[in-house]
Design a protein around this ligand. Structure first.
Ligand SMILES: Nc1ncnc2c1ncn2[C@@H]1O[C@H](COP(=O)(O)OP(=O)(O)O)[C@@H](O)[C@H]1O
Ligand SMILES: [Mg+2]
Length: 232
């Protein structure tokens, strides 16, 4: 089986003063091309830590990570950022747009970081701004956009390099219910359209239920919700 993202036996602990807390203790997750997966868990259960480890933004204490066929567990090369940009897209609760750049430029910049030529990045960014319904907002600065519009830009940015996987950490966490619903619709639609797998961290049972596979993170391990237990 070919996976776009594989996580094997991930361990992570944090030290705070004399105490050590084991946040992740043996996490396994295998993401297939184009599928949608949700991760739920109490606040502080380690969801963000796990997503950051998957993206190699943070180091694990044990276990292995593959992006597609490539093992990246300990990869330190200067090319990691470019490899990441091409393989993974990320969306965060707080958008993290570059405030000095307009909406279109934010998306173009991500394409440039992924190695695209200027023209290619611009064409691709325009295409995605259309896909997320923001053709009319290309030249707005982030401060001139609503929360939902900022998150649409962030979704466009995450997809500019045609990643195999989009990682979204509570993407609706700062939005009102109606806008959150619209962003959730958008994420599912554009991931399908762009053939990207989606790994969604969310508090919402309703949003989680819209993904094909659902997991809960509890006491440092992942449990699939409603998984078949039969052996055949
Ligand atoms: N850099 C850090 N140093 C120490 N503890 C941390 C650090 N990052 C996260 N933690 C702790 O790890 C646990 C999991 O955090 P996090 O992954 O942010 O949880 P979640 O996203 O599920 O709310 C929490 O107890 C948090 O306090
Ligand atoms: Mg978190």
């Amino acid at each position: 089986m070919h996976y776009v993202l594989s996580v094997d036996d991930i361990q992570k602990r944090f030290r705070s003063g004399p105490r050590e807390i084991q946040v992740l203790q043996g996490i396994h997750l295998y993401v297939r091309p184009g599928e949608s997966i949700s991760l739920r868990g109490a606040s502080g259960s380690g969801k963000t830590t796990l997503l950051n480890i998957m993206a190699r933004m943070e180091d694990a204490d044990g276990g292995t990570i593959h992006w597609g066929e490539r093992e990246v567990t300990a990869q330190r090369s200067s090319r990691l950022a470019r490899v990441r940009a091409r393989h993974l897209g990320m969306v965060f609760q707080s958008y993290y747009l570059v405030p000095e750049l307009n909406a279109l430029q934010n998306v173009v910049l991500a394409g440039r970081i992924g190695g695209m030529k200027r023209k290619e990045a611009l064409d691709r960014a325009r295409e995605l701004m259309g896909l997320v319904g923001l053709d009319e907002r290309e030249h707005h600065l982030p401060t001139q956009l609503s929360g939902g519009e900022r998150q649409r830009v962030a979704v466009a940015r995450a997809l500019v390099n045609r990643p195999d996987v989009l990682l979204a950490d509570e993407p609706t966490g700062n939005l009102d219910e109606t806008t959150g619903d619209l962003i959730m619709d958008l994420l599912l639609k554009v991931c399908q359209d762009q053939q990207a797998a989606l790994v969604l961290v969310t508090h919402s049972r309703v949003f989680a239920a819209r993904t094909e596979r659902q997991y809960e993170l509890h006491a440092g391990t992942l449990h699939e919700v409603g998984a078949e237990t039969s052996e055949d």
